[in-house]
Design a protein around this ligand. Sequence first.
Ligand code: FE2
Length: 288
Amino acid sequence: MLSLTSKLLIMKLFKEIPSPSEHIEISKANNAKWFTWSDEILNKGKIIESEAQKYGPPDEIAFQTIDNARTYSVDIKRINPVALKLIKEISEAFNKLMLKDELFFFDKIISEYFSSEAFRFLLSSIRAVLCTRRSDNMGSLYPPLSTAKPNNTFPIHCDFYIPTQLWNIFDEVPEGNQGTSLLLPVDVLLNKVIKSIPNFPQEKAAHVKNLFKDKVVNNDHAYYDLFSTLHNKENWWVNDISREIDKYVITLKLNRGQGYMVNDRKWLHGRGYTADEVTIKRLHRLLF
Ligand SMILES: [Fe+2]
């Protein structure tokens, strides 16, 4: 069987690159690989770039069925056939991409060769193509980010959207070592963090475990359920949980154009303290 890395390379979307020097140790310790766009995609990037300029900013869609659920998208019918053919090829590769425990990092996804506008247009287009292909309006999502005032953190969580694959690429990030990315394997949460807390209610532990097994039909339920279990101060165990998480959590600062791809049911993610406000363009995320 082909490894996921081989598949990823064969898909021709990305090429493997060495870890940036400041992240070598973390990457080695977690068996994490780094990728950037393949030369083929970079060469064809101009097609996406000019189509993005013609289209303008992506559309924003609100779902009637679920409160607060929104996504960026595009109207495929407005895309010229050459660009659409390329976008469909790229989307097909994403359709086949299914991470299990892997942790993939990315660099230079947004760069002087691939603008933030082109990237936003591409993600919106992939979302639209995958939804059509899957006959499911929530089969892929590019949800707008929740903004936040200065002096904030976002403790680790799973998004629990219906699609399980999460690709986060950073854009407007604060300077310096603030607003770091936090990552923790679900396996470590269940089998090390929670188990290390004496008297943690057994039925609660079983309930948390089940959240990862259930098929998600409405992301709100599982997301809030896990988040409040881990972080709601009314629970006597949250300080213990937080202390144990700190022992295992991967912390690294990812800058503009960098990011990660994980299976959202296998990895928790979050944001470390930032003194600056979180803008809507801090990161772009594709659920697929
Ligand atoms: Fe999230």
